[in-house]
Write a protein that binds this ligand. Structure first.
Ligand code: AP5
Length: 220
């Protein structure tokens, strides 16, 4: 069975954290446009240079760039399923995704909204760090590494904090979310695909709620 899921939610809601768990537990492929754009930046490519300032300010990158990135990953892939993490973020991106998947004989099965209030988002984003080697996501308080500064998953000591995880960028990111991405909640609701859950709960409980939603949809 193929499963194609979208994780929706404001910056810091826990989309990446839950996507990584789904990859481990269900062998799905995580497609995070944020990660793809950060890779492009790190590679020093022309596109990476163009998007760097936009990302640091907390604004959305243009639709054509992110749709192009997703198209490249989907074309020719025979994965059992995809978790779209941070994509789509605009109605134009949602339409493009529907078209791309239709071309592959696939469709979105569910769009899962992770609801978290703004105060908690500030705490989450300001305590976040990630492994520069394998991408595992940690938090100073809620998910520290077992050994200080060493990744639990791959043993790397290359821990990174994101340039856009500061109060000013976060304000812009939140505004971008409410203005441009939150209309997608109505879009997927109207299609009968939207499921929402309380993202303020512990990570394990959120993961369980996602499992329940998938089970109710006969998706595993
Ligand atoms: P992107 O990388 O997608 O960032 P984001 O949407 O702002 O989301 P985050 O990665 O900040 O948060 P998350 O929800 O994944 O939370 P996480 O699991 O890390 O995008 C970055 C930028 O790229 C954008 O601003 C834009 O410029 C550009 N971009 C990307 N995609 C684009 C697109 N489609 N179109 C246009 N531009 C695009 O969790 C956060 C922290 O909380 C972690 O420390 C974690 O350990 C902790 N945590 C997680 N869950 C819990 C829990 N239940 N309880 C307690 N702590 C928790």
């Amino acid at each position: 069975m193929t499963i194609n899921l979208i994780l929706l939610g404001p910056p810091g809601a826990g989309k990446g954290t839950q996507a990584q768990r789904l990859v481990e537990e269900r062998q799905l492929v995580q497609l995070s446009t944020g990660d793809m754009l950060r890779e492009a930046r790190a590679s020093g490519s022309e596109m990476g240079r163009r998007v760097a300032e936009v990302m640091d300010r907390g604004e959305l990158v243009t639709d054509d760039i992110v749709i192009g990135l997703i198209r490249e990953k989907l074309e020719g892939s025979d994965a059992a399923g995809f978790i779209f993490d941070g994509f789509p973020r605009t109605l134009a991106q949602a339409d493009a995704l529907d078209e791309l998947l239709a071309g592959m004989g696939r469709k979105i099965d569910a769009a899962i909204e992770i609801q978290v209030d703004d105060d908690a988002l500030v705490r989450r984003v300001s305590g976040r760090f990630t492994c520069g080697n394998c991408g595992a996501v940690y938090h100073d308080e809620t998910r520290p590494t077992q050994k200080d500064g060493v990744c639990d998953q791959c043993g790397s000591t290359d821990m990174k904090r994101r340039a856009d995880d500061n109060a000013e960028s976060l304000r812009t990111r939140l505004m971008e979310y409410y203005k441009k991405t939150s209309p997608l909640l109505g879009y997927y609701y109207a299609k009968g695909k939207l499921r929402s859950l309380d993202g303020l709960r512990e990570m394990d409980e959120v993961a369980r709620d996602i499992g329940t939603i998938l089970h109710e949809q006969n998706l595993g």
